[in-house]
Design a protein around this ligand. Structure first.
Ligand SMILES: NC(=O)c1ccc[n+]([C@@H]2O[C@H](COP(=O)([O-])OP(=O)(O)OC[C@H]3O[C@@H](n4cnc5c(N)ncnc54)[C@H](O)[C@@H]3O)[C@@H](O)[C@H]2O)c1
Length: 345
């Protein structure tokens, strides 16, 4: 029986890949290797685990022996485990290097030792750095600008060495920002939705002009499986969409859905130490192979809001009401104003 390993499969993007792989390979044995950090949630894949389609192996990709056990006999490894939130990377950059660089290295070494015939490494459009006009193509120089994107670019450099030196059968994919259900509400779209659902104000980085492209996580997962099948070893593929919005436009979209005016429910908050103005990639190479994105954020927004409305209890601690202490006017005032937390993307 074919064995497929998905690292980070209990996270947001990884769980969409698990859905797609389960659907497309009904006969395969699927193993998820995941450390279950704050971003991993067994409920993201519990339906597959309970129906015994997926085996969940809890552990750290930095552990070479564990990785070897996980990938032994696999015909495909899809590597999506990572520390993924840019805001966190400014405060704890070493953890990003540990997981994203050393962890990726350890997993690749395990794949090499166990002779895995194909590995798909999930990277990001952020490795190209800021692209204010035009669109980056796969051969462009990488110019990452923050600890998260630097760690993802560094991981790619390790993989280049594995391809050249060991002829490791690795394919790299670089995707736009993703949206979809199960995304941890530290990222801008689920955070804004959860803020609106709980009567909080929307925090906007800087002046809200930073632009991002938003690709449906379902379309992304379809592309990952497509590339796992059709992608040429040693090649890199951008996975993108034309759905481009500024942070302000995302906030307007969410506000409009809830029938609110942006001015009434949003605040501008301090920006990141550095915040790329725009990312942009061309996915012409993938389009030529027959893949194009189908979904549109504006059409999926209602479905997203419904999902977060029904699953708010998952994120109880993030969106619990502030404690009300006797005679604490300041706290009451804070509660009335809503929490101010930074918007991430
Ligand atoms: N979300 C996006 O918009 C986006 C866009 C482009 C690329 N990506 C890439 O997709 C991948 C997944 O991103 P995501 O948004 O789903 O992230 P996420 O933070 O939601 O999930 C990451 C998963 O990896 C697991 N993990 C973290 N450290 C680990 C470790 N040391 N060992 C094993 N498991 C570990 C976590 O428990 C979690 O389940 C990442 O490689 C990210 O760089 C994400």
């Amino acid at each position: 029986m074919r064995k497929i390993v998905i690292t980070g499969g209990a996270g947001f993007a990884g769980s969409h890949i698990v859905d797609e792989v389960c659907q497309q390979f009904p006969e395969a044995r699927i193993v998820v290797l995941d450390k279950m950090t704050y971003a991993g949630d067994v409920r993201n894949i519990s339906h597959h685990v309970f129906s015994q389609r997926v085996q969940l192996l809890v552990g750290d990709i930095i552990d070479l022996e564990l990785c070897r056990r996980a990938v032994k006999g696999a015909s495909l490894v899809i590597h999506a485990a990572a520390e993924s939130h840019v805001d966190n990377s400014f405060g704890n950059s070493l953890e990003f290097t540990r997981t994203n660089v050393l962890g990726t290295h350890s997993l690749m070494e395990a794949c090499r030792q166990e002779k895995v015939p194909k590995v798909v490494h999930v990277s990001t459009d952020e490795v190209y750095g800021e692209v204010m006009s035009g669109a980056a193509v796969e051969n462009d120089v990488l110019r990452p600008t923050n600890p998260y994107s630097s760690s993802k670019a560094a991981a790619e450099m390790i993989l280049r060495g594995y391809v050249q030196s060991y002829h490791e059968p690795i394919v790299i994919i670089r995707a736009n920002n993703l949206y979809g259900v199960r995304q941890f509400p530290e990222k801008i779209i689920p955070r804004f939705i959860c803020h609106m659902l709980t009567g909080r104000r929307l925090p906007l980085h800087g002046n809200g002009s930073n632009r991002r492209h938003y690709l449906s996580a379902k379309n992304f997962a379809e592309a990952v499986v497509f590339i796992a099948d059709q992608g040429v070893v040693g090649e890199t593929y951008n996975i993108g969409t034309s759905e481009e919005y500024s942070n302000l436009q995302v906030a307007e979209l969410v506000c409009a859905f809830f029938g609110k005016s942006l001015d009434d429910v949003s605040d501008f908050v301090a920006d990141r130490p550095f915040n790329d103005g725009r990312y942009s990639i061309s996915w012409g190479k993938l389009a030529q192979m027959g893949w194009t994105p189908k979904n549109r954020l504006v059409e999926d927004l209602g479905m997203l809001v419904e999902w977060y409305r029904n699953h708010l209890d998952r994120y109880g601690e993030l969106f619990a009401p502030p404690p009300l202490l006797d005679n604490s006017l300041a706290l009451l005032q804070g509660a009335a104003d809503g929490y101010v937390v930074e918007a991430g993307s």
